[in-house]
Design a binder for this molecule. Structure first.
Ligand code: FES
Ligand code: FE2
Length: 452
């Protein structure tokens, strides 16, 4: 029986089943994730025809690959024969054909079936009659002869590739709206306007629901308490050096976490359609990252003064592309969520190199991911430790509701008008995510959901 998701979201609280129920998780993948534009990868990962990466979209293993016509395709990573993955490597290259490792079926880069070993069977030999292949088997009328299945619709902007499994919702540009400007501002940190994925993707699997992580990305109320241990450690390591001592990059990134409630309140947030948002419209922990000699001039020469200033000003805490991704501008990093189960999620941390920009920008991005988002981070574990505890506690007896009441009295006045600007510490940012969740979960059933 299909669970009733609508009963789990109230105006200022959500029910624990929304985090813990495997049936709700399955419905989320079918209704919310399959109907959303999800980040797949960046085109710099597949520069040449035949290059591919493998990943997971809404619980579906997929390949993103560069076709021979230069376009990018997203295909289910499932051989048409018996379902073997075409590749289990994170990335690879196929010359002109993808070849299944199980029985050797081959596919063109657009997914069309190219060849089947022994398709015509085997000729008769002295001691054996001919062995039949596919002739007369009805194969030409079965789905396998269509080759690999396309994941759905694919769209990209400034190298960021997105896909949506279920067609029919708002088109890509309309759906992303203001978020396209965030991608533009990030890409224009390169004087050439081009980004490259740098340093691979850092992955952490944690034992908690994806929404606990995603709401934390919008939660500027937590660093004061959650990250007190990390900031105390950083302050202890930094000590009180003589005035004028240059602040090393690691400290420039960690010390701002010690900001107080006033700072986070003044950060500013913005609610956008489809559950998307910006935290840090006025300031963020990254605002004070200092400029580099010559960089501003290079940006001005490339983009003009006004644009260069806008690019350098762009330092949000997080821009959330609901439900799968959140990016920053400075540093040039982003996080991507790949849910595995109600209580299991993969977090990816990505870093970008802005082509033509000083190498310090790349170093800053790589260092930020290591210090703040990686499995070896001293900051992420403050959060992950709590997330895994929350997941266990929510499954236990007791109050079944999670409170989102901070600032909720203003919601009635604001109505449903979007975009809307809010305080950085207002739980309106969190309520906004769950409104989108409820709307998308009430959406139409997919073919997969309807099938027996
Ligand atoms: S499963 Fe791929 S060739 Fe058999
Ligand atoms: Fe945190």
């Amino acid at each position: 029986m299909t669970p009733d998701a609508s009963a789990l979201v109230q105006p200022a609280q959500v029910h624990r089943d929304l985090y813990t129920s495997p049936a709700i998780f399955a419905l989320e993948m079918q209704r919310l994730w399959a109907g959303s534009w999800l980040f797949v990868g960046h085109d710099s990962q597949v520069p040449a025809a035949g290059d591919f990466v493998t990943t997971d979209l809404a619980g579906q293993p997929v390949l993103m690959l560069r076709r021979e016509d230069g376009g990018i395709g997203v295909l289910h990573n499932r051989c048409a024969h018996k379902g073997a993955p075409l590749s289990t490597a994170a990335a690879g290259h196929a010359d002109r054909y993808l070849r299944c490792p199980y029985h050797g079926w081959t596919y063109r880069l657009d997914g069309r079936l190219a060849g089947i070993p022994l398709k015509s069977g085997l000729p008769a030999t002295a001691d054996q009659p001919a062995r039949a292949g596919y002739a007369g088997s009805g194969f030409e009328h079965c789905p396998a002869q269509d080759g690999l299945t396309a994941y759905g619709e694919v769209a990209s902007h400034r190298g960021f590739v997105f896909a949506r499994a279920r067609p029919g919702g708002p088109p890509f540009d309309a759906c992303l709206g203001e978020l396209l400007q965030a991608l533009d501002l990030l890409a224009d940190r390169s004087p050439q306007g081009r980004l490259r994925v740098a340093g691979g993707v850092l992955r952490t699997t944690f034992a908690a629901n994806w929404k606990i992580y995603l709401e934390n990305i919008n939660d500027a109320f937590h660093p004061v308490t959650t990250h007190a241990s990390a900031t105390e450690a950083a302050q202890g390591a930094w000590g009180t050096p003589p005035e004028g001592t240059p602040v090393p990059l690691a400290m420039r990134q960690l010390l701002p976490f010690a900001a107080g409630y006033d700072f986070f309140d003044q950060m500013g947030g913005r609610l956008l359609p489809h559950g998307c948002s910006v935290l840090g419209t006025r300031q963020s922990l990254h605002t004070a990252y200092t400029g580099l000699g010559g960089y501003a001039e290079a940006l001005q020469a490339a983009h003009g003064r006004e644009r260069a200033e806008a690019v350098l000003r762009f330092a949000p805490q997080n821009v959330v592309f609901y439900p799968s991704m959140a990016l920053k501008g400075a540093p040039q990093v982003m996080r991507v969520l790949r849910p595995l189960a109600a209580d299991r999620t993969v977090l990816e941390a990505w870093a970008f190199e802005a082509e033509g920009a000083p190498p310090e920008l790349l170093q800053s991005a790589l260092l930020y991911n290591r210090q703040v988002f990686s499995p070896l981070s001293i900051v992420a574990h403050d959060d992950l430790h709590l997330f895994e505890g929350i997941q266990r506690s929510l499954a236990a007896d007791g109050n079944p509701w999670v409170s989102l009441h901070r600032g909720a009295a203003a919601d009635a006045d604001a109505g449903a008008v979007l975009p809307r600007d809010v305080s950085g510490i207002d739980e309106a940012l969190l309520r906004h995510q769950y409104q989108a969740w409820a709307e998308k979960m009430a959406g139409p059933a997919t073919g997969a959901e309807a099938s027996p």
